[in-house]
Design a protein around this ligand. Structure first.
Ligand code: AMP
Length: 381
């Protein structure tokens, strides 16, 4: 029997309650769906927008089952949801993308192993469970290298850059007994991402390739379209299609890639969901990444992803609040009428915490970047 299409009016369950869930909920409400949010946090970015906010631990499987009973489909905005949580929900309603996608992508080693077993190009890596593993991995991969925790890592959390052999014992101790992964440090030309959707019928719809710059391992600015050749953009999209097909994704998945100085592609990481680099799709594309996730998990036809104009996005971290004495100068930032402001409803700004973003649309990608950076600078002046 073909899975039924989940039509407007139905209830979508979201595991996780951050800004991705918030922007998803806004899109879902626009299309006439209701949204129930499940996470351990209260007054969360997504909970403020959803119809119902359930505050409970992911490990409380009875609450998870009761949540699943109240909705028509479950999706997630946070991939570190335990496998048992998505499995409990899947006993009752479809979970999209499914538990296998979550399981593969929430653990760096498992993900890299999966990608390399399926012939996708990845950064050279080694599993680290002892100091001896680390020593032999460093002698094989060389320095500099990056030591990461295998699980619960994002935005550079749990990452250490190793440049000399004296760092090894301290770095290993910092893993605090959890499994690690050592990656060769890629001397990349640039970083790009492909956010793409795959429907219930296998239809594949990528967004234009985005170009990303990071500061302190956290995404700083995204530009669309990426400044790469059409051929490389096609290769990146083909690679993403291969990954979504191999994993049989129903929903959205993001492939983060390095473009090496030789012009080849290496997968850095997968995210089985909408992505920070895709935030500009709200203002720049015919369909946003959030609406696309909704369409994919509901079995609706996927929307067009055409870029209306060159666009750039700049993240607003808590640092902006700290640097501006508590209240950023919104009026100054918005004095350029091409600037769009998105805030996530977080009340406590902390250094490195994603509080919102700005987007600018312009005649060229370079002008869009210039405008969005200038607007962000004006917030603290
Ligand atoms: P991740 O959390 O793994 O996506 O890492 C965040 C950022 O750190 C990446 O987007 C890169 O800018 C940088 N990074 C991570 N791994 C590597 C690597 N193996 N080589 C060079 N840079 C890296």
């Amino acid at each position: 029997m073909l899975p039924r299409t989940i039509l407007p009016g139905a209830i979508i369950g979201v595991l996780g309650s951050g800004q991705l869930g918030r922007m998803f909920s806004l899109a879902a409400r626009q299309l006439g769906y209701r949204v129930h949010i499940y996470s351990p946090d209260s007054d969360s970015p997504a909970g403020q927008i959803g119809d119902v906010e359930i505050v409970a631990p992911y490990e409380d499987l009875d609450r998870v089952r009761a949540f699943a009973q109240s909705v028509d489909v479950v999706t997630f905005e946070f991939e570190n949801v335990p496998s048992a949580t998505s499995a409990a929900a899947a006993e009752i309603v479809p979970v999209r993308p499914d538990g296998l996608v979550l399981h593969t992508t929430q653990h760096r080693l498992r993900e890299k192993q999966y990608l390399s077993n399926h012939g996708f190009p990845v950064t050279p890596f080694r599993r680290i469970t002892s100091q001896t593993d680390l020593q032999s991995a460093v002698s094989e991969l060389g320095l500099p290298a990056i030591l990461k925790t295998a699980s619960f890592g994002y935005d550079g959390k749990g990452q250490q850059r190793l440049v000399s052999a004296d760092q090894l014992s301290t770095a290993f101790a910092q893993l605090r007994g959890v499994e690690g992964i050592l990656e060769a440090c890629v001397d990349f030309d640039r970083e790009i991402s492909v956010v793409a959707a795959r429907g219930l019928d296998g239809a594949f719809e990528p967004f234009p390739v985005f170009e990303n710059t990071h500061a302190h391992h956290i995404l700083d600015v995204t530009i669309a379209p990426a400044g790469i050749s059409d051929r490389l953009a096609r290769d990146a999209v083909d690679l993403a299609r291969g990954v979504l097909d191999a994993l049989q994704v129903v929903g959205l998945l993001t492939v983060e890639l390095f473009v090496t100085r030789k012009g080849t592609l290496l997968v850095n990481e997968l995210a089985p969901r909408t992505h920070n680099s895709g935030h500009l799709t709200i203002d720049a594309c015919v369909t946003s990444q959030f609406e696309q996730q909704l369409r994919a998990v509901c079995g609706l036809p996927l929307g067009a992803t055409t870029l209306r104009a060159p666009t750039a996005m700049a993240n607003l971290l808590g640092d902006v609040w700290l640097a501006s004495g508590g209240t950023p100068n919104w009026t100054a930032a918005l004095s350029d009428s091409s600037i769009k402001l998105h805030l996530y409803g977080k009340s406590v700004p902390r250094a490195g915490r994603k509080m919102g973003h700005l987007t600018a649309t312009a005649a060229t990608p370079a002008l869009a970047v210039q405008a969005v950076r200038a607007a962000r600078d004006r917030l603290v002046n």
